[in-house]
Ligand binder design. Sequence first.
Ligand SMILES: Cc1ncc(C[n+]2csc(CCOP(=O)(O)OP(=O)(O)O)c2C)c(N)n1
Ligand SMILES: [Mg+2]
Length: 331
Amino acid sequence: MPARKRTSLALSSEQLLQLYEDMSMLRAFDEKVSERCIRGEIPGLIHLGVGEEAVAVGVNAALQPQDKMVSTHRAHSHFLARGADPKAFMAELYGKATGCCGGKAGSMHLADLDIGFLAANGVVGGGLPLAVGAALGLRILNDDGVTLCFFGDGANNNGAFHESLNLAAVLELPVVFLCENNGYGISQSIHKQQRVANVADRAPGYGIPAEIIDGNDVLEVYETVRRAVDKARAGGGPTLIEAKTYRTIGHYVGDSENYRSAEEVAEWQAKDPIVRFEQVMRRKKLLNKALKEEIAARIAVLVEEATDFALHSPFPDPASALSHVYAEGVA
Ligand SMILES: Cc1ncc(C[n+]2csc(CCOP(=O)(O)OP(=O)(O)O)c2C)c(N)n1
Ligand SMILES: [Mg+2]
């Protein structure tokens, strides 16, 4: 990758430290979720973001409060980075009434309109048309917000991807498409799913500029997304960014992971985004052992309090099962 100038996009020392703390918090939160899921406390299929934290945190640092985020089934890191309340989020995962969606959304259908997090989505590719619709809505409302749409590599062979890119380009909508390319759709390597090497290779076919970046480098993510978001806000239309990354945990909690080698996982663990950024911060003299321990202790308390809150919250009243849902079952 060519070296990039950082001048106008430079972050302060406090902001850099916040990126480190945020990534560390996302990791600790998901590790706790994994533990409680294995224990049987958290129900459902749970997809964690371990190894991909630099994408979520770098992206959010590039957004303004009025911007919107649309996510995937692997949404935890995106949701937390955007500013979700850890207690209400953990309670949602536990299916409790105090959850951010009353315990009805669970891990894959998270939403919190107060922080501009419109929707996570259990349907692969399902978020792309929603993001385009949201961007069109912002345009109609004369709002200067931009919609950031996460999607996985597995979604770029879904028809909704192609229709969404085309419409966004034709209408020059304020949307940034952010592909988290972790190399796999469940157990299937991306190379067995398509003939083009990169997801970004699709974008020129729709007249959309694209960039490929190191998704394990939080500053590269931030700077690239910031440029794309600023451009969209100024009326410059959509951009597609492909962040190459890797999930160092299974596709879901309980995955046998028999489709990839221990060597491949180890190779990516050596490129861990948090460890890499810690080294950057130490070189800049912004982080040392004592501060690292202080941050870790603060995060441990926050995650523990969120888990206790969730565990001791009540389940929703069964009589409320059909309220606040779009589709009602037929008896
Ligand atoms: C339309 C649709 N087809 C299939 C599935 C089953 N499914 C769940 S996750 C997944 C793989 C998604 O891969 P990717 O988009 O790369 O995201 P990742 O899990 O790697 O983050 C599939 C095929 C689904 N949820 N929705
Ligand atoms: Mg994938």
